[in-house]
Write a protein that binds this ligand. Sequence first.
Ligand code: CTP
Length: 396
Amino acid sequence: MTGKRILLIITGGIAAFKALDLIRRVRERGVDVTPVLTKAAQQFVTPLSVSALSASKVYTDLFDLTDEAEMGHIELSRSADLIAVVPASADFMAKMAHGVADDLASTLVLATDTPVLIAPSMNVRMWDHPATQRNLQTVMSDGVTVVGPEEGPMACGEFGPGRMSEVPDILMALETALMDGPLLGKRVLVTSGPTHEPIDPVRYIANRSSGAQGAAIAAALRDLGATVEFVTGPADVPPPAGVTVHKVETAQQMLDQVQSLLPVDAAVCAAAVADWRVTDAADQKIKKNAKGDLPVLSFAENPDILATISQGKNRPALVVGFAAETDDVIAHATAKRARKGCDWIVANDVSPETGIMGGARNQVTLIDEDGAEAWPDMPKAQVATRLADRIAKAIA
Ligand code: CTP
């Protein structure tokens, strides 16, 4: 949402107080808020508190000549990426449905060519009234996004639908409404993190992957508008917000999860999948014995998720793999690309002295059908942005 602009219209209703929290949360996300208050809204929240929270001038009056000199109401209505009406009263919805423009807020909504989102809030009888339901249908067919209302106890003491959605739900709807970018409408799968292969209920085989690069790639794809399916092993780095998270432990679980999510438009396999699992992992904790016998583990090879995706019938249009190498990076990675059947390989040197595995930076070489392209050393977030841009160019 960073850098976006919202024109926030607050209409008269008890839920107007929630708009104050919304302003704070939206601004925390780097969004610029220009507030507009109806006359009735000013009975519930003061222009001073709205102005302080939004760090903006508050617009209230259509006939404020200073404002017209600075910015006309037409320009104001089109200056934002989105108009949000929070709360939207029954009266305001009626005005919207009928094209009434008798104050600044209703005039802005009529004059705009930007998307409009409303969060209705009213008494249950008003919400259920056929007139409101007709108006709802009209505004929805005009392309307005409607969030809520919820069912619950109301300030007026009644119970039922009409209660305004909570701030986190409105925030999520705003995020979705503001989403744009070349990957809008595309579904991309990202695997990330290590896998844990059990030895017994308390011990497992793992590797040093932190999941940082996979999480950064998921976030970068999300920022370009993609719907991201994030399949992650037990990683140190938390999954990014705004992606669908599927947590798994073992390679087999990761494969099953990935297959259940196909088809997708692209897949990026950034997970450091364990190559082997312990055959016959013990159900009980393995104990030392008096004779000092050492346990002997036997291994089976795990399924190769990248190869399965690349060679399967639901193959995405673009499949990207990683190659973690400690020697002969380009040669091994080029061979890996051919062997697994993916389109691109992002190769990196994970020798301990590079500090890449578990570190904040990465130096990768992108290998595709045209050859190898070495990228300079940069933070993992930057590798992710560059890779996401490439993916967008390839599939958008
Ligand atoms: N990969 C996978 N499933 C596996 C093993 C690896 O999907 N069972 C994927 C990784 O996510 C990565 C790519 O394959 O995108 C290469 O992983 P890497 O560990 O470098 O290669 P390996 O397959 O383990 O090959 P090698 O043992 O030869 O290094």
